[in-house]
Design a protein around this ligand. Sequence first.
Ligand code: ATP
Ligand code: MG
Length: 460
Amino acid sequence: MLRKFINRVFKRADAPVAREPSVIAFSSHGISRERISSGSRRVCEALAERGYKAYVVGGAVRDLLAQIAPKDFDVATDATPDEVRRCLRRSRLIGRRFQIVHAYMGQEVVEITTFRGALGEDAKTDAHGRVLRDNVFGSQAEDAARRDFTVNALYFDPATEQILDYHHGVADLKQKTLRVIGDPKTRYREDPVRMLRAIRLAVKLGLAIDPAARRPIREMADLLENVPAARLSDEIFKLLASGHAVECLRQLHAEGLHRGTLPLLDVVLRTPEGERFSMLALNDADARVRQGKSFAPCFLFAALLWREVGVIWRRVQETGEHPLPALHQAMNEILSAQGQKLAITRRVAGDIKEIWALQPRFEHRVGRRPYSVLEHPRFRAAYDFLCLRARSGEIDAALPVWWLAFQDADTDTRNQMLAALSPEGAKRRKRRRSRRGGKQANGAEGESAAADFAALPENE
Ligand code: ATP
Ligand code: MG
């Protein structure tokens, strides 16, 4: 009885609402209003002019403090979505349940969210405790408590250049700790995707996950199975495009989080060749992102799933099917299996298939066929994929070397290259070789193929 009473009076909210934030002045954090995007600054000004509170919030403030260029600048405000719309002419409402506003400021789209309220006792959850509805507005302090990590509950006011810090996020960032706001188990149950976010953000920012937040992950990993595919794929996509995909995947493995997120990747990484191929592709993707180059999800997904396609492709051919229809059957099987969990969009799936379907066509270098391969809109990605296969040791390097030369050659040279591959050309070469008495390395395309291959471009 007494314990019940004490519990009721002193019950710790799952994510404690800190009423008074620490106010950190410019002189101590050093982030001036010029450092935020002009779009988000103008949005905050427009809202403040009408008497609303408006702050740049979350990842952008965190990244600026950590000396990383923010990806985007989100705004949080006490204005309701309708009120926001009235302040900003070029804006529209997004989302059905919890409405947010997108404001179009020149080239920039600024996402504006109204402060979220605390989760009530009656918050709708699924059987595992995952919060399904999340649509009450609240105070700024409540909004801060609803965020996932202390380093993400920071609000920058462009007018005063102060940072409002509700959960000691600035100190955690200095101490290189990623800490969950509230009880980690409860917060993971509310939204299991937070476990993946913990890994991604810790790797991105070079933070150690606080032991209390790390410990429950292994036992709670299975909760990810109930997360809708679209949310999961959003997060996996961010992870793969982070420029730290290799390290993130390593940590997902270490924490037992890889199962259920990329089921086929799990299978792929179990075989050494699969691992080699995937790691090459992932390292390439990381290098590209870090150099500020574009990231093509279709290329990476195509690479991660290729081994599995190969297994089914061979199996279908063993039943007597011709190679091309067998390949199409294998592609469809893999994409529908992976698509269920990862919600690969139809467009990306189409691009992946084109990259795969061009692979056998690189081999058939007869008549006009190489020309139609060359003119294919996906030639570049498919050729990069061919190079990846060669680098992994799956195919002979001579094939991409031939295609590299063929791309750059003039018409006469191209015709000669094709003639050399015809049965007569092959016979002529054989005669020449036997006259010389020499041996050719690596198939028909030329002695220096393997050496030339060292100079092949990596996935440009
Ligand atoms: P990045 O932009 O580098 O991917 P981020 O932290 O900004 O990282 P976003 O998905 O842009 O990630 O989210 C913006 C903010 O919204 C976060 O900083 C955090 O405050 C809050 N947030 C995002 N996802 C969650 C979640 N699952 N639970 C609670 N708060 C979240
Ligand atoms: Mg962000």
